[in-house]
Structure formats: structure tokens, C-alpha cells
Design a protein around this ligand. Sequence first.
Ligand SMILES: [Ca+2]
Length: 340
Amino acid sequence: MRRAMFRTALISISLFYLLSTSQTWAEKRPAPPKASKTQCCDEVRSLKVQVANLTSLVEDLTKKQDSDLMKLVRQVMDLEKRNQQQEARVTEAESKYSEIHNRVEIMQLQGAQSATHTTSDAIYDCASLYNRNYRISGEYKLPKDEFLGTPELDVYCDMEKNGGGWTIIQRRRVGLTSFDRDWKQYRNGFGTIRGDFWLGNEHIFRLTRQPTVLRIELEDWEGAIRYAEYGFFTLSNELNSYKLLIANYSGNAGDSLRYHNNTNFSTKNKDNDKCVDDCAQLRKGGYWYNCCTDSNLNGVFYRYGSHTKSSDGITWYGMHGPNYSLKRVEMKIRPQNFTP
Ligand SMILES: [Ca+2]
């Protein structure tokens, strides 16, 4: 639109210029004999030709302008794209840097920890780390603490979901680690902290000596994600077979741990369940068996969910029946008094 107006204006100006110059020229000429009809027509014809030439010139210019504009737009787009790529690289570098920085600080903390003498200063769990402004989820090393009498411990902290400050105590998502282990292995922990693992009953017992919340996140093979949270969770010590005590359920996965409340931990070599059967052997994992399951998060990892032949999968009756094995499980804990 603007270009068309511009073109019209240009033609008008050119015409005006041509007309005025021819007029000036006519005025300057010594008084000519009155122009004949032929001369007049010739001039008009010549003007018409000039106008046509100018129009074509304007058209050429417009075309060139168009192509220049397109080139410019393409260049701008290209620059924008490069800029975006650059920004993405910077973001990536920043996140890597902050992760490295985080680890360095943890190591420094470990050094400083030996001088710590009060419980409030102690690095006790992921919540203590969160309160010291560690806000990136990942692997951390909890330092040994003479005062608390706690050993060094590798943990995975969830610092982002549901307010952060969570210490993961169990995870199933890869499916290559067997959970059919003996008492000692369940006591000390097994697996890899970044993959599938059991943190260890002794560590869980120690971490739940303060009032603790347990959150269980579950996902099935159809992509449904649910959770069960217990506002109170603790284990008794080894002498009392790491007995489970839970209360205050909330969530949308169903309360499938309640059936196991107040029961001892059993493994394939230690039958502490409330059943004639040996639940840990039948269900192929260590757990707080009643007789035997409403849930068993340490069962066999079956791919693609339904398995009709047995009921020893990763089960949670609130989501699926006994012949279904879940795709992903995570159990995490945090002190009750934690405020994000
Ligand atoms: Ca039994």
C-alpha cells in the first residue's frame, strides 16, 4: 500500500518536474512561432514515453527494494536463530557450572563439618542441604558427623519437586537391579544412587529418628502418575527388625501401605512376616510384609505392566491389582518441620 502510494507520488513529482522544466525552457526560448498541432502532439508523445520510462524505472526500483528487503529479513531471521543457539549454549554452560560449583561447595562443607558441634549446624539429610541453599537435584555426599555418630553417605536429593529437601530412599525405574536381596544387603543398602537402589534400612532408621514425612511416587505403564504421602513415617532399629510405623495418609494412589503398618521387615533369609507363608521368598523382595501384600515396591521389575503368571511384581493395589508391575517408583523422605 505504502509502496503504491510512493510510486504514485514519484510519478507525479516526475511529471511535474518534466512539465515545469519544459515550461521554463519554453519561457526562455525567444518567442517561438505558435506551436503547430503536430509539434504539440510530438511533445505529448515524448512526455508519454518519458513517463513510461520512469514508470518502468520505478517498477525496477521497487523490485530491487523487494528483493533487498527479503534478503534483510532472511539475514535478521538467521541472526535471531544464531542468537537463540548461543543463548541455549550459555544456559547449558551456566547449569553445568552451577552443578560443579555445588559439588565443590559440598566438598568444602565436608572439610568444615569436622568443626561442627551442634545438631542445628549438622548436614543431616537433603533438607539440611536445602536449607543451606543447595537447590539442584542430584547426588550429594552427606559428611560423616562425629557429633551425631553418622557415617559418610551418598544420597540423591530431590531439591525441586514438591518443595524440595527430599532424600530419596528407594527408586525403581531402570529395572536392571535385582531387589531379591538378603537381610544384610537391605540393612546397608544396594544399587546405584543415580539409578535403582535401596538406601539401606540402617540409614532410613537413622534419618527417621526425627519426625519424618514419607512420599511415594508411582507411575504405571499407561503413563498415570500418582502419589501416596504419609505425614508420619519411622522405622524401629535393627533389634526390632526395622518395624514400619506410618500414619496420616494423603494422596491419590490409595493407602496401600496401611496393611503393612506395624510389621517387621522381612528378606529372603529372614522371615519376619505375619504369615504362614514366607512372603519375601514368594514376592521376591525385602519388604514390611503382613500376609503377604497390598503393596510391594521391592518386587520384580516386569516390563509393560500386566503379568498374569505371578504376583511378585512391583505392586500397589491402590493403582492396579496383584498381577501388575509398576513402571516407576520413588520413595522419598523429609523432616516434618521442613519449610521450603
Ligand atoms: Ca512367614
